[in-house]
Design a protein around this ligand. Sequence first.
Ligand code: CA
Length: 405
Amino acid sequence: MTTVSWVESSRDGGFGIENLPYGVFSRPGELPRVGVAIGDRVLDLAEMSAAGLVEDRHYFASGSLNAFMVAGRAAWRANRERVTELLTDESYRGRVEPHLIPVANVQVRKPFEVADYADFYSSEHHAANAGRIMRPDAAPLPPNWKHMPVAYHGRAGTVYPSGTPIIRPSGQRRAKGDPEPSFGPSRRLDFEAEVGFVVGVPSPAGRGVPTAAFRDHVFGFVLVNDWSARDLQRWESQPLGPFLGKSFATSVSSWVVPVAALEPARVPPPVQDPAPLPYLRCEEPWGLDLHLEVLINGRVAARPEFASMYWTSPQQLAHATVNGAPLRTGDLFASGTVSGPERGQRGCMLELSWDGQEPLLLDDGTERTYLEDGDTVTLRAQAPGAGGSRIALGEVTGTVHPAPA
Ligand code: CA
């Protein structure tokens, strides 16, 4: 079924009627409110509810998506259907159009309040490359890797909206050959191109969330840049996982794409061998045909394919809760660096430059091993949508600023 919106700008680009992603925005002198992006406009849902055009139980004027996210799948579906109706039925145009604001005229804000943040490590190509670089004398994949989606817990308080400046972190680092550690700004600052999902509906303590219940809990998907200081990370992660090498900043995209918009992008994930334990089995294919693009200063650095991820989102959610840890509204789970088998599909500089040994040449003639002050990293992604459309995940961007003197 194809639906056509009367919003002209919705027909090109990836913010068409098949997408309808949610975000939070404000205009000068107004409180932040929830909106839906359509073409180059944002539909003001707070005003729409005040005008009686959409149902609202104080979800949309609250300044974050969390109140609506906790409302659950029936409310998400009802609002999506209503917004689709309003933006396709010409007879509503006169009443709806006053509430469509050019995105260029608003400030787009952090879409939701993050409760907890965990980051997986679910690309086999990334995990194997990182293993070869970090532990050259060991097998590329640790023995647990094909039995569970491995992850670390990140820091929710430093998850920032797209566009937030990234200040180069300082810390301890000890390079190969250094007799002692030293302190100073990271010399190996990196990005990680990832896809995340955010939880709407909580789960009770003591009860795992089965893979089949993914849609009952998860509100939508965002792009994530898990900024990483490789020198800090390598020295501190012995024997525990990343800490200061990651916790200084994580960036998320502005528009949360509903799970429903990505249904047409579902594809079979890679074959899992050995077969995972029963709690990780998934009846439905939950690979996602998402095409990512990494740009450094506007030049394409890599094009990772999300469909190559070994562990899928429902498996990650089932694993994260199988010990009885409850889900909270706003929990953010990221996929881990998305890397494919080819060099041009690697989702971080650690792999793209092989830890600095093979500089990456950009098409403006500049070379990079790791990120330099002033560099802007932008992640974008798109997927196939309903009726032959294209679903954009928007973008997440950040510019590296020097460490304070
Ligand atoms: Ca990561």
